[in-house]
Design a protein around this ligand. Sequence first.
Ligand code: HEM
Ligand SMILES: CC(C)=CCC/C(C)=C/CC/C(C)=C/COP(=O)(O)OP(=O)(O)O
Length: 297
Amino acid sequence: MAISMALHETATRINQFYRLTKPRVVSLIVFTAVIGMFMAVPGAVPLDILLLGTIGIALVAGAAAALNCLVEQKMDAVMARTKGRPLPQGKVSVPETLFFLMIVGGAGLFILYEWVNELTMWLTLGTFVGYAIIYTVILKPLTPQNIVIGGASGAMPPVLGWTAVTGEITSDALLLFLIIFAWTPPHFWALALYRKNEYASIGMPMLPVTHGDQFTKLQVLLYTVILCVVTFLPYVTQMSGMIYLVSSTILNGIFMYYAIEIYRNYSDQLAREAFRYSILYLALLFVALLVDHYFFF
Ligand code: HEM
Ligand SMILES: CC(C)=CCC/C(C)=C/CC/C(C)=C/COP(=O)(O)OP(=O)(O)O
C-alpha cells in the first residue's frame, strides 16, 4: 500500500515537471523540426541524427517553455487559461523548476553539440534565448508586436532540423522558417481576440487590448493573405510539387474563410474555431510538404 502510494506520488510529480514543458505546443514544434530534417535531403535521414537531433531540439524547447512558465508564474496565476499550471498551483517550486530546466536544456544542448553538429547547437541556443528571454521577458510585456518578432523563435525549428542533417542553412530552409513566421500572427491573434479580457486583466499589451478588436481582425486577415502568398513559394521555387500545391490551396482556402468571417461576422466561437484550425493547418501543411517531398511529380 505504502509503495503504491509512493509510486503514485512520484508519477504525479513527474507529470508536473512534464506539464512545465508545454508538451502539446512543443510536440508541434518538434514535428516541424523533424519534417525540416526530411526536407533537407532527397533520401533517408541518418537514423542517429533523426533520433538525437529530435531529442536534443525537444529537450531545449521544453526547457524554454519551462523558463517561460517560471517568468510568467504571477501572471499565469491570474488568467483562467493558465492558472492551473504547476507553478501557480504550487506543485513545483522555483528552485526545482530552475534545476529542472537547466538539466533538461543543458542535456539537449550537449546532445546537439556532441552528436549532431555545433551549428545546430548554437542555433537552438539562440532560439531558446529568443523565446525565453527576448520574447518572454523583454518584448511580451512591452509591445503588441511581441509575437511578430517573438514568432521568429517559433519559426526556427524546421531550420534546426535542416541544419541538424546538412550542417548549413539554405534558401529552402528559410522558406520553411517564413511559413511559420507568417502563420504565427493569425494563430495567436485569433486566440487573443477571444481572450482579450484576460490579457487586459494582467496588463499584457496584446494587439486587441492596445489597438482594439477591429484593427486586430484586419491584421489577422492581412497576415492570412501573407501566409497564403508565402505558402505558395515552395511550389514557385520548385521545392515542392502538385501534391503540396493542391493541399496548401485547400488549407489556405479554409484559413481565408475563417479570416474573412472573423473580419465580417466576428464571434468568440468563430475565433476559437479559427485558432484551433490554425494548429491543424500547420500540422497538415507540413505533412503535405513531407508527402510531396517523397512523391514529387
Ligand atoms: C510567439 C509565437 C506564439 C504565440 C504567442 C503562441 C500562443 C499560443 C497560446 C497563448 C496558446 C494557448 C492556447 C490555450 O491555452 O488555449 C497556444 C497554443 C498552441 N500553440 Fe501557439 N503560439 C506561438 C507559436 C506557436 C508555434 C511556433 C507553434 C508550433 C509550431 C504553436 C503551436 C501551438 C499548439 C499546438 C497549441 C495548442 C496547445 C494545446 O492544445 O494545449 N504555437 N499558442
Ligand atoms: C527549439 C526551441 C528552443 C524552441 C523554443 C520556441 C518555443 C518553445 C516556442 C513556443 C511558442 C509558444 C509556446 C508560444 C506560447 O506563447 P506564450 O508563451 O506567450 O503563451 P502562454 O500565455 O500560454 O504562456
